[in-house]
Design a protein around this ligand. Structure first.
Ligand SMILES: Cc1ncc(COP(=O)(O)O)c(C=O)c1O
Length: 302
């Protein structure tokens, strides 16, 4: 079976070892936006799309799948059934906490499309709704792509070209192309509908973190735990550290549970950039957010 992969341009450039690993196993990898699809060619013509995004890669994948009767498209995050599959994480964590004879007062996870965060937190939210525990549930999102804290709750497309069905979700607008931060997995304009709903219902909070704070936290974590985290979970680690320091000051007993959703062994170029002092945080202007939101589809609601 031939396997072709469209990888988000920013990740293709910044994560060469992932690409080489994939090629080692025999798959072909294309930088997205590519010249191989109609939608890729159209989007590549605009320099703003050069770094690519998960939304653009999804558009290219959907086009390829729609044109080939032997190809199927399956999304790895965002959709509610993916979130529910991931809840095995939280179910295991519930049992582990029980074995430890403890219960979290804070659960924090990073959010791209929302699958690892939902996977960890949903089983605990069920316990919370049943009145058995009352932890604070906190989503950690990148300052450059803050769909929960800066986006709107509206119907939008799951991809940049508008090929997917509409979903009611927190979104920065399907046209929003985030800056090429190292946490490529968090560069998604939208958020899973179930998480968006939970956020609207006030069952969870969200905070955004700039990437230099994330990598400072990553170094502290690596030197304490002996594990090098992927750029994505460094957002959750950074918020866990923020909250632990607050608790230290107030003296409040706090038990923090977080998901380490990936190791960073293929992300050492990001660590190189942080250690060399060349990593930067770009402020996203209100105008840029507003321009992307202006492209939201108009939906008539009954
Ligand atoms: C290591 C890692 N963590 C987190 C994510 C974000 O996805 P999600 O929010 O669906 O967990 C990604 C996405 O590619 C990832 O690679």
């Amino acid at each position: 079976m031939e396997c072709e992969i469209w990888q988000v341009g920013a990740s293709y450039d910044a994560k060469p070892y992932r690409r080489l690993m994939i090629e080692t196993f025999g798959a072909q990898i294309h930088r997205s936006p590519s010249q191989l699809t109609e939608v890729g060619r159209q989007l590549a013509a605009d320099p703003k799309n050069h770094s690519g995004s998960l939304g653009i890669a999804i558009s290219e994948a959907v086009e390829v799948a729609a044109q080939d009767p032997n190809t199927r498209y399956a999304l790895g995050s965002v959709l509610n059934h993916v979130l529910l599959h991931q809840t095995v994480i939280g179910q295991e964590a519930l049992l582990q906490m029980e074995m430890a004879g403890d219960s979290p007062t804070l659960i924090v996870g990073c959010t791209g499309g929302g699958s690892n965060f939902a996977g960890l937190s949903f089983p605990f939210i069920k316990e919370k709704l049943d009145g058995k525990i009352n932890p604070r549930i906190l989503a950690a999102e990148p300052a450059s792509c803050p769909s929960l804290t800066r986006g709107v709750y509206a119907y939008d497309y799951g991809d940049t070209a508008g090929m997917t069905p509409l979903m009611k979700m927190h979104t920065l607008g399907h046209d929003f192309i985030p800056d090429p931060i190292h946490a490529g997995g968090l560069r998604y304009h939208g958020m899973a509908p179930l998480i968006s709903h939970m956020y609207e219902e006030g069952l969870m909070d969200a905070e955004s973190v700039p990437q230099t704070e994330c990598f400072a936290a990553a170094l502290q974590f690596a030197r304490t735990e002996g594990i090098v985290p992927a750029p994505e979970p460094t957002h959750a680690i950074a918020l866990a550290i923020r909250e632990a320091l607050k608790a230290k000051e107030t003296g409040e007993e706090t038990v923090i549970l977080t998901a380490l959703c990936g190791h960073g062994h293929f992300d050492l170029t990001a660590y190189e950039s942080y250690l060399a002092g060349t990593m930067t945080d770009e402020e996203v202007s209100d105008e840029r957010f507003a321009a992307a939101l202006a492209t939201l589809p108009e939906v008539q609601q009954a």
